[in-house]
Write a new protein. Structure first.
Ligand code: SF4
Ligand code: SF4
Ligand code: FES
Ligand code: FES
Lengths: 276, 281
């Protein structure tokens, strides 16, 4: 049972003379800036679009008048006094909430994604320049990583993960409800149904491939032969986890497209075609 | 084949500069071959470390066109040769001469790593039973050849020298993970990682994984799992409560220290050393 007190500190000599040209930001010649730039553009576009969509506070629900039951993922769960009729969940209506319901609906996904290990890498590199690329100098003179407030709060990621699972269940219910086409055959499939089903599926893949999920499934176990079920779960979570970045992007883009689709239908710009 | 210009850093702790060597290209060569031909020809005093020429000894680390790589595993034909090929020593460690750096920082960090502490034996004859599933996770982590390219690229110490005093670094983090998740180990290194080994300094930007010649997924399979273990130890009230009730998982360092005498009794010399190593927080 070793403790921090047992580890014998070994002094480290600091400040030795380094080789290579002093002051060069990087010696790299390949387009290392390409990937952080793409990340920057896409994340900025998403933040701008979602900020705009959040404060629209309209056109997020396609209801019975258009023979559909489609709600934008940005506005679900819609349990506020300010939600349009039909978009209400039947439970826990926060009557006193009069501002845009999307602020509540997006709080958990925003916390979940901003503490996500993948997005941390993405924005530390592309926004914070710490570092902008490998073997490219950090954009800051001082650096304390995630050891201080506020970045120490990244350690709360697993709680956001739990909340995100609740949100996933709600958005899955939304996707199931999207099979209802009231006054248009009762039950069926429209493009909107497929959009919400794809959205819910990608959100599940994103959250089940989470690093905290992999840890909680079985990553914390040292002796797998003593915990066969957790080992099995860990074995399932691991290949998903390897594709976490892909799921992160796919679900992010899908959630914005789903909002856009519902918005266009709700505003009457396009008609949601029934498939069968 | 056309000639290639190699732009190699020449110098020591008193200073240095790049020197160009134009050499005929030879098909199928790696960068280390080129360096050897330069040693055999225009610059017999060019210093470089190498041993196996097979990507297994981890000696020939350098920065080729700015990217930390093994010289013996970088093929000349994969590099653009219209411009000179730049070869510089690893930037994070003090230079000795030319392409040779002093990597003893890594050994200082390795010496602080609490070793394996065996749990009681399974059999009366003092033997242990292990299944394949118990050992396979650690196999990837033992592929490390100690080239220290990951330590070199890590911006925590590459761009912030002062962090070396309290940062184990990616190569040591995989060793910590190997021991922390070892099926026979009973040591708990989480508080050490959090307070003195700078696990929180890593911001999981994955450059270590990008440069590892053994393709070890350092961030995904060592650093993030360690961070999650530290969360359970220090930042997670639910896990803390679960431990209190179930008493199943490893105890925290503080709990252990409360009722177990420290195995290592610090000497006055240790205390002096300890003062020279500032805590992360
Ligand atoms: S992921 Fe962490 S350890 Fe690896 S290079 Fe980045 S900061 Fe350093
Ligand atoms: S982890 Fe990879 S990059 Fe780091 S020292 Fe080992 S082999 Fe080299
Ligand atoms: S690590 Fe990305 S969601 Fe948890
Ligand atoms: S010479 Fe052994 S790794 Fe390159």
């Amino acid at each position: 049972m070793s403790t921090i007190e047992d580890a014998k500190p070994v002094p480290v000599t600091l400040g030795g003379v380094r080789g290579g040209p002093a002051g060069a930001r990087t010696l790299r010649r390949d387009p290392w800036w390409r990937s952080p730039t793409i990340t920057f553009v896409f994340l900025t576009a998403f933040v701008v679009y979602s900020a705009w969509a959040v404060f629209q506070n309209a056109d997020y629900y396609v209801g019975i008048a258009q023979h559909r039951d489609l709600i934008s993922p940005f506005y679900s769960p819609c349990i506020m006094g300010s939600c349009v009729a039909g978009a209400h969940g039947t439970f826990l209506v926060l009557h006193w909430w009069t501002i845009t319901p999307a602020l509540f609906a997006l709080s958990v996904p925003a916390g979940f994604r901003s503490t996500c290990y993948y997005y941390r890498k993405a924005y530390y590199r592309s926004f914070w320049q710490s570092p902008p690329g490998c073997a490219v100098a950090d954009g800051h003179a001082r650096y304390s990583g995630e050891t201080r407030f506020p970045l120490i709060l990244q350690n709360l990621h697993r709680y956001f993960w739990v909340l995100a699972l609740v949100w996933n269940v709600i958005l899955t219910i939304d996707a199931v409800m999207a099979f209802r086409l009231p006054g248009d055959g009762g039950i069926g499939v429209s493009v909107g149904t497929l959009v919400l089903v794809a959205n819910a599926t990608l959100l599940w893949l994103y959250s089940l491939s989470c690093h905290a999920c992999r840890h909680l499934c079985g990553g914390h176990v040292d002796q797998f032969s003593k915990a066969p079920i957790r080992h099995r779960l860990w074995k399932i979570a691991t290949p998903l986890n390897e594709r976490h970045m892909q799921f992160a992007w796919a679900s992010l883009i899908m959630v914005a497209l789903a909002d856009l689709y519902v918005r266009l239908v709700a505003a009457g710009w396009i008609h949601d075609p029934k498939l069968f | 084949m056309p000639d290639v210009t190699m732009r190699i850093w020449r110098g020591d702790s008193t200073g240095g500069d790049f020197t160009n060597y134009t050499m005929p290209a030879v098909e199928g060569e790696v960068v280390l071959d080129m360096v050897h031909r330069i040693q055999a020809g225009p610059a017999p005093d060019l210093a470089c470390r190498w041993n196996c020429k097979a990507g297994k000894c981890g000696s020939c680390s350098a920065e080729i066109n700015g990217m930390p790589r093994l010289m013996c595993m970088t093929r000349m034909e994969d590099l653009p040769t219209e411009e000179p090929v730049i070869i510089a020593p690893m930037k994070t460690f003090p230079i000795i001469r030319d392409l040779v750096t002093d990597v003893s920082f890594n050994y200082a960090m390795a010496r602080q790593l609490p070793p394996l502490a065996l749990r009681p034996a399974d059999g009366p004859d003092g033997t242990y039973r292990m299944q394949q599933m118990d050992v396979e996770r650690g196999q990837e982590l033992r592929k490390c050849i100690e080239c220290f390219l990951c330590m070199n690229v890590c911006h925590v110490i590459r761009d912030h020298e002062e962090n070396k005093a309290h940062y184990a670094g990616p190569r040591m983090f995989i060793r910590y993970m190997e021991l922390e998740s070892h099926p026979l180990d009973t040591n708990d290194r989480r508080e050490l990682l959090r307070q003195r080994m700078g696990l929180g300094l890593c911001n999981i930007t994955k450059c270590c994984t990008e440069v590892c010649p053994e393709h070890i997924k350092i961030t995904d399979n060592a650093i993030i799992p360690l961070k999650e273990r530290v969360v359970s130890g220090s930042y997670d009230p639910v896990a803390w409560l679960g431990r209190k009730i179930l008493r199943r998982t490893k105890r925290s360092a503080a709990e252990a220290a409360a009722d177990a005498p420290a195995q290592h009794t610090p000497t006055s010399e240790d205390r002096l050393e300890r003062q020279t190593v500032p805590a992360t927080r």
